[in-house]
Design a protein. Structure first.
Lengths: 327, 364
């Protein structure tokens, strides 16, 4: 294990896979000498050259569409968009095409591509630069959706995503890029898609989260342990396919569930988790209604203080937990 | 001037003043009064100084990320000066000069970059859309406003901007095609400042010029020296006159250069040579215009000094007026997000207020 940042872990995952498999190339905006909007591909052009680190014109529809086309021929493209928000422009290529190609070919074709999207708020970059749209992708059959929260998960999950034969939407949280953690160095280390990870065991409440909110959840859980409230923190890691088992088993044990995500509440992925619990036999174990702590239903404000206020804080999570415990 | 005389396939660039401030095309030289000329010069200074100030405020942590316009003043001010007050401007995100000349108050501009959405709350008579982050998508709105003008039989025109990188987006092509089909009175100005962040113009398209893209959509396209304020004015004026006569849209490629960084988060030394920047500095649009004015005896040293001071004071005092006092409340966003607040937001606002008042005050 070696200490590195989330962003270095992602770069390492791509580098290792590209050394092994000539069919992998990266396409995106300013990813060459510039090293990517957030510096993730820094230096990669020196090792792999322009053929495999492709700076593209500002054409998200063409970037995602061309990647899908190349993927059908057996290439394994990795797309990097500067901001998740701009996937809106590549949405036809992703939703109507990439996600459905395999099905429309009667299962006869593979579409092995990864679309890496830096998402989320917290950079003071306002409404069109800060969104969390993961629920959109989860609603599309044919896509896999991954949202890692630690450097090690990012590395292991990205490697699995690259090796996966389906289109994978890989959501990176911009605010995590500079966070550090211990990362497996073994080039054969991967983390399977579709497996949640219990980041902290507990007996009183199941807190289900993913991405950037994990950190806040863990801080709150550690604080509350001092008050003898023991929270089990589940990091979903993959949203589609969803690891229902881990969620259900945990809720059966604790009898209480709280879901935390940064994306706005209405239509957010939290609703899917609530439904998963409500439809399962964990329902009979519930001692309180399930609670969602999520972003408020407004665009992300430009102002830094308001931006923070629009998404869950540690205080919000704590308040939710007290509510769940009637305290 | 006639657009037909400047075939973009032949790379014929429309110019009036050379880089030394000499008039090389007297036929097309506009008839400005001295007051007009000084007003244009002052607006250029205002734009430049404002950029410099905002860059330094940002460095001091007093402003958010900022996209400067340094080097592109003639493109923006020359083109927008050809509009009437009732005409529309649909900006991208790098159009300070156009905003200033079309009457956007300094205070709004500061508010916007300070992170306050009220910055885009324009005075009633200022027809300017908010900044658009998704590259080139705003061009569609410009076409739509033009179409609406046609339907309403209004004689207004629309001036919209994108960068050279913006011409790669499908939206650019769809907007031009639509405008051509519906004869929208819309003027599309490409600010070809040679770079889209790190990607040089030649890697953006295999076309020789950007103006030639107009040919495919059956509308006029012309390359103009974007650092020549007279040429930019005249070309845009001609496009506006055509539009008002019902002859539809025009595409103008303004050839200019971004002398500063892409934004405050950029480091241009990663992708371009100093020598190139230095060469373009000799074509600085303000320097060129100033030389012209001095040679004509219109601008004196004293006037210049006086104006520089005036402009600086205006900027500093406006910033002082808003700094620290411009924070919006989250309630306001709940209130104005829909025409009337839907129940879900009422609920969330109440939860939020209860939470704040519940003693567990937040230091989020
Ligand atoms: C749809 C979309 N894709 C990518 C970006 C990221 N981005 C912001 S500015 C920029 C370059 C724009 O270049 P250009 O159009 O030439 O305008 P300039 O910045 O030079 O004024 C890019 C790629 C964006 N804002 N929107």
């Amino acid at each position: 294990m070696k200490e590195m940042t989330y962003s270095e872990a992602i770069r390492l995952a791509m580098t290792e896979e590209m050394r092994k498999d000539e069919n992998i190339f990266i396409i995106g905006e300013d990813i060459g000498i510039y090293g990517g909007t957030f510096g993730v591909t820094k230096g990669m052009i020196d090792e792999f050259g322009e053929e495999r680190i492709k700076d593209a014109p500002i054409s998200e529809a063409a970037i995602v569409g061309a990647a899908a086309g190349a993927a059908v021929t057996g290439m394994r493209p990795i797309v990097e968009l500067p901001f998740l928000d701009f996937i809106t422009i590549g949405m036809d290529a992703l939703v109507n095409q990439a996600a459905k190609m395999r099905y429309m070919f009667g299962g006869n074709e593979k579409v092995p591509m990864v679309v890496r999207l830096p998402g989320g708020s917290g950079t003071g970059a306002a409404a069109q630069h800060s969104q969390n749209l993961e629920a959109w992708f989860c609603h599309v059959p044919g896509l896999k959706v991954v949202a890692p929260s630690t450097p090690n998960d990012a590395k292991g999950l990205l490697k699995s995503s690259i090796r996966d034969d389906n289109p994978v939407v890989f959501i990176e949280s911009k605010l995590l890029y500079n966070t550090t953690g211990m990362v497996e160095e073994d080039p054969e280390f991967t983390i399977p898609l579709g497996k949640a990870d219990i980041k902290l065991e507990g007996s009183d409440i199941s807190l289900i989260t993913y991405g950037r909110m994990l950190k806040k959840a863990l801080i709150v859980a550690k604080e509350l342990a001092k008050e003898n409230i023991y929270i089990e923190v589940i990091d979903l890691r993959t949203l589609a396919p969803l690891d229902k088992d881990t969620i259900i088993q945990s809720v059966k044990k604790t009898g209480r569930a709280i879901i935390v995500h940064e994306a706005v509440k209405t239509g957010g992925f939290g609703g899917e988790i609530v439904a998963t619990i409500a439809e399962s036999d964990a329902f009979d174990f519930l001692k309180a209604p399930i609670i969602r702590i999520a972003g408020v239903d407004i665009p992300i404000p430009h102002n830094k203080e308001l931006e923070k206020a629009a998404v869950p804080s540690e205080k919000d999570i704590k308040a939710g937990i007290y509510r769940l415990l009637n305290k | 001037m006639k657009f037909e005389d400047y075939n973009p396939l032949e790379e014929k660039v429309f110019k009036i003043m050379d880089k030394k401030g000499k008039i090389i095309n007297t036929d097309d030289m506009p008839n400005f009064t001295n007051d007009q000329l000084l007003y244009l010069y002052r607006t250029m200074l205002l734009s430049r100084t404002m950029d410099e100030k905002q860059l330094s405020y940002q460095r001091q942590g007093r402003m958010l990320t900022y996209a400067p316009n340094i080097g592109q003043e003639a493109t923006q001010i020359g083109s927008a000066y050809a509009l009437e007050k009732e005409d529309w401007i649909v900006p991208s995100f790098r159009e300070l000069g156009a905003w200033l000349i079309h009457g956007v108050p300094l205070k709004n501009i500061f508010l916007y970059w300070y992170g306050n959405e009220w910055g885009s709350h324009m005075p009633e008579d200022v027809k300017v859309l908010p900044v658009s982050v998704p590259i080139s998508t705003q061009l569609q709105h410009a076409t739509g406003i033009g179409m609406a003008n046609n339907i309403k039989k209004e004689n207004n025109v629309v001036l919209t901007y994108t960068g050279d990188g913006g011409t790669s987006g499908g939206e650019f092509h769809e907007a031009l095609n639509f405008a051509g089909v519906f004869k929208a009175p819309t003027i599309f100005v490409i600010q070809n400042n040679q770079y889209a962040i790190s990607v040089p113009r030649i890697e953006q398209t295999a076309s020789k010029t950007l103006a030639q893209k107009a040919i495919a959509y059956g509308i006029p396209g012309i390359q103009v020296d974007g650092n020549d304020i007279f040429a930019m004015y005249v070309a845009t004026k001609e496009a506006a006159d055509r539009a008002r006569r019902g002859e539809g849209p025009t595409l103008i490629e303004a050839i200019t250069y971004r002398l500063a960084a892409h934004t405050t988060s950029d480091d241009p030394t990663k992708y371009r040579e100093d020598a190139e920047v230095e060469e373009w500095k000799t074509r600085d649009p303000i320097l060129r215009f100033k030389t012209y004015l001095e040679n004509k005896g219109i601008l004196t040293k004293e006037w210049d000094e006086k104006m520089k001071k005036e402009v600086e004071n205006e900027i500093t005092s406006t910033f002082e007026e808003i700094e620290g006092k411009a924070d919006t409340k989250i309630e306001e966003i709940f209130m104005y997000h829909y025409e009337t607040m839907p129940p879900i937001l009422e609920e969330q606002l109440k939860e939020y207020k209860d939470f704040l008042e519940g003693g567990k005050n937040n230091d989020k």
